[in-house]
Design a protein around this ligand. Structure first.
Ligand code: ADP
Ligand code: ARG
Length: 245
């Protein structure tokens, strides 16, 4: 398990750089040789080219839920990332959840949402709301589970789960404790130590199931960050937690 504290990790700024932005300092050059936005743009492009080549024609299953689904700006950024990925030859498949919307309706009707180990308990009353929100979708399956199984059965290269945290946190109360990369053993240890809890449990379990069935990597990334998909797929460092075999 390679643990790199979030705060000290070298991070790529957003892939969108405004023309009016001041020169962007490079982590390697320090403040003495600030890079112009143009130079920076070229560097981002050249960093992403090997990934475009490596992942061309490959299936990437993306589960989209939580915070990223609530904010219209983030919604637009996820969709534009998917369009870009598809334009450069990747084959993204989107699986969406409906948790926040279902909870909003349940609250309006004074029904308390019930969860057991991160999965919704869907009683008859809740099912009516679920059907109403998702339009007909007669058995409520957790969307992480759907995405994981889909990735496995399609022989996908990658499974990517967008959520409302930075990724798997070594200490779930410390946003700076992001686990950048780990493997099956590392994840199993985090589960055994009860460091992974609540909604993160079905997420990591479906990542494990997908990888055990041949999906090369599974990432849990921050859907609250604009262009998080591009950042994860097209940069060396990625954005969230990447799990490998
Ligand atoms: P989504 O709605 O995106 O499917 P969930 O709310 O079901 O996401 O699951 C994500 C939540 O899991 C996080 O917001 C966090 O509260 C919780 N969680 C529990 N353990 C961890 C951990 N070790 N690292 C990160 N998040 C964790
Ligand atoms: N872009 C590369 C890939 O998708 C590396 C991603 C690394 N991500 C991480 N969270 N450590 O394979």
């Amino acid at each position: 398990l390679h643990y790199i504290p979030h705060s000290s990790a070298k991070r790529l700024p957003s892939l969108t750089i405004r023309a009016s932005a001041a020169a962007v300092p490079s982590p390697s050059d320090g403040a003495s040789h600030p890079k112009s936005p143009e130079q920076f743009r070229v560097e981002i492009l050249s960093e992403s080219l090997p990934y475009i080549q490596r992942f061309r024609g490959k299936t990437i299953v993306v589960k989209y839920g939580g915070a990223a689904m609530k904010d219209p700006k983030l919604k637009a950024s996820v969709v534009s990332d998917l369009v870009l990925l598809s334009c450069v030859g990747l084959r993204p498949i989107l699986v969406h959840g409906g948790g926040p919307e279902i909870n909003r309706w349940l609250k309006q009707l004074n029904i308390e949402p019930l969860f057991h180990e991160g999965l919704r308990v869907t009683d008859a009353e809740t099912m009516e709301i679920v059907s109403m929100v998702l339009i007909g979708k007669s058995y409520n399956i957790n969307a992480d589970t759907v995405a994981g199984e889909l990735a496995a059965s399609l022989g996908a290269e990658k499974l990517i789960l967008l959520t409302d945290v930075a990724g798997i946190l070594e200490d779930r109360d410390d946003p700076n404790s992001l686990v950048k990369e780990t493997d099956i053993e590392g994840v199993k240890k985090l589960i055994a130590e009860k460091k992974v809890a609540g909604g993160m449990i079905p997420k990591v379990n479906c990542c494990l199931r997908a990888i055990e069935q041949g999906v090369r990597t599974a990432s849990i990334i921050d859907g609250r960050v604009q262009h998080s998909l591009l950042h994860e797929i097209m940069s060396e460092e990625g954005l969230g937690t990447m799990i490998t075999a």
